[in-house]
Design a protein around this ligand. Structure first.
Ligand SMILES: [Fe+2]
Length: 238
């Protein structure tokens, strides 16, 4: 304790005598913020337990935000760009921005497309019709999505996206990549995404990713997905 106090005093003295030009640079701007969960940490139980949500949001997502903000000094364009713009031009940045910016975008979306079990509603008539048109049936869509989640080797995400031509597709991306990035094979607007990193499910499901992906349908917030689909179709029309 005494040692810590002496150290603190010594540091204060050094700061006091240092010329202003010798001070550390101004702290970097922090344009990206961790969004609050739109529900309580236990709201998604029993599909996703509260402890997983606390760690996933409060530690993993927070780390992505902190690490992304730490890159602003190196990439000043980050200070004025939306996270969507950063994703669309991710080839202008380095791997750390790709990983942490992707992590921030992906998790922000993930929290927003989930709701308490049974509270998420259903696909709108327009989205349901397009699912049938592009996948054959809702069951076929769900199978394609589950397959994408299961077959993503290692950490990553499975997605339902709206393509630029308005069609729907199921894709997967490794690590924290996403379909907005200008470096991925199949690009589009994410409507729904499931995190298949082990940190998303391991406490509750251990290695049984398929069980997590199957249970996850109960917490999909179709009302949010419908809104994202309508916005994507509106953007396409504009
Ligand atoms: Fe995650």
């Amino acid at each position: 304790m005494l040692r810590a106090s002496l150290l603190s005093l010594a540091c204060a003295a050094l700061v006091a005598v240092a010329p202003s030009g010798a001070r550390a640079a101004e702290p970097a701007a922090t344009p990206f913020t961790l969004p609050a969960l739109p529900y309580a940490v236990d709201a998604l139980a029993p599909v996703i337990d509260a402890r997983t949500m606390e760690i996933h949001h409060g530690r993993h997502h927070k780390a992505y935000v902190d690490n992304l903000n730490a890159k602003v000094a190196e990439f000043p364009a980050l200070a004025d760009a939306s996270i969507e713009d950063v994703m669309a031009n991710i080839s202008d940045y380095d791997t750390a921005v790709r990983n942490n910016g992707g992590g921030h975008y992906n998790h922000s979306l993930f929290w927003s497309v989930m709701a308490a079990p049974g509270q998420g509603g259903a696909p709108s008539a327009a989205l349901a019709a397009r699912i049938t048109q592009d996948f054959g049936s809702d069951a076929d869509f769900r199978k394609a999505f589950a397959d994408a989640a299961a077959k993503q080797f290692g950490s990553g995400w499975a997605w339902l996206i709206a393509r630029p031509d308005g069609s729907l597709a199921v894709t997967s991306t490794p690590n924290q990549d996403n379909p907005l990035m200008d470096v991925v094979e199949t690009r589009g607007t994410p409507l729904l995404g499931i995190d298949v990193w082990e940190h998303a499910y391991y406490l509750q499901y251990q290695n049984k990713r398929a069980d997590y992906a199957k249970a996850w349908w109960d917490v999909v917030d179709w009302k949010a997905v419908n809104t994202r689909y309508e916005a994507a179709m509106q953007a396409k029309a504009d």
